[in-house]
Design a binder for this molecule. Structure first.
Ligand code: ATP
Length: 303
């Protein structure tokens, strides 16, 4: 593989806390086993892809602090080119506070820090040389995402958008997208309040809603229920690998990173999603986001 995967977006220090159950509004619960782990959607996707052998550049920003250095070091150790990760003065590195319950379910509070301070000027054109796939997510300001999408299109790369955390998507961004990856909640938000999705049939409604923007390649991830893949007129169900999940944090990012590797190698979308589903399932068997992602040889041994 000679072509690059460029991942643009957030790097976060994840403060992971084990809880018996996630707190309801107004409720206090006790936590234990507090850990600071490398995270952030873009950093996660980049590490997932690089561990599997992808040639990956990460574009984003951290603060000039210990968390920022830790995040860059972790990504570099996985084989990611971090030379396009800016170190911004006077803002802290982004943080995510993540309680995880005994069933492996999580909630997330994001504190953007450097991820909120990054601007279009931090998206250098050099990062896109030989780019085949550009992965975008929404933990950084929209002007940054738009600039990254425009650079990707200019470089002839396919834009893979994971619109998370969800916000209304401008037509200008949707027009640039080749592959949209959403979880069930994001799919519902895209479809709007009048459509109650029943999968896999609802994938067709999603395709119809996105057709005006030329998007006919869509993946809906459904946690332990697997994924639904739309590729033109074909709708394919991808089953989840049955595992004893201990922590689903970052499973979606493992899926996206693995999908990007397979797409860069020229796999059709459904085949790429089937492989991504195995990688994501593996990631739920270990704690944390990045530390849970397999190398190609770990994956081969496990399956
Ligand atoms: P997160 O925000 O936790 O990273 P997400 O909501 O973006 O996740 P999910 O749909 O929960 O994404 O999960 C992505 C993929 O991970 C699923 O399509 C599936 O392939 C795999 N996966 C998630 N949870 C499980 C599980 N419990 N068992 C097996 N596979 C799983």
């Amino acid at each position: 593989m000679t072509e690059h995967i460029v991942v643009v977006g957030a790097l976060n220090a994840d403060l992971a806390i084990r809880v018996d159950r996630l707190p309801a509004p107004g409720e206090t619960v006790s936590g234990r086993d507090v850990e600071v782990l490398p995270g952030g959607k873009a950093a996660n996707q980049a590490v997932a892809a690089a561990r599997l052998g992808g040639r990956v550049r990460l574009v984003g920003a951290v603060g000039d602090d210990d968390s920022g250095r830790m995040l860059r070091e972790h990504a570099a150790a996985a084989g990611v080119d971090t030379s396009f990760v800016a170190m911004l003065p006077e803002v802290p590195t982004g943080q995510a506070i993540i309680p995880v319950d005994d069933a492996g379910e999580n909630s997330i509070i994001l504190v953007p820090g450097a991820n909120g301070a990054i601007g279009p000027e931090n998206i250098p054109v050099e990062a896109y040389a030989d780019a085949a796939i550009v992965c975008l997510s929404l933990e950084v300001p929209l002007p940054v995402v738009l600039r990254a999408a425009a650079r990707a299109v200019a470089a002839g790369a396919a834009v893979v958008l994971n619109p998370s955390p969800f916000r209304p998507l401008p037509g200008e961004l949707l027009d640039a997208v080749s592959v949209l990856i959403v979880n069930e909640l994001e799919a519902e938000q895209l479809l709007g309040p009048t459509v109650a999705p029943a999968w896999p049939g609802a994938a067709k409604a999603l395709r119809a809603a996105l057709q005006p923007h030329g998007i006919d390649r869509i993946v809906v991830t459904r946690g332990a229920a697997g994924a639904v893949v739309v590729d033109g007129k074909a709708v394919t169900e991808v089953h989840a690998t049955s595992v004893d999940a201990v922590d689903t944090t970052g499973a979606g990012d493992a899926f996206t990173g693995a999908l990007a590797v397979r797409l860069a190698e020229g796999d059709p979308l459904a085949a790429a999603a089937a492989e991504a589903s195995v990688v994501a399932a593996f990631s739920t068997t270990r704690r944390g986001a990045q530390p849970s992602y397999p190398t190609a040889s770990e994956l081969a041994e496990w399956r």
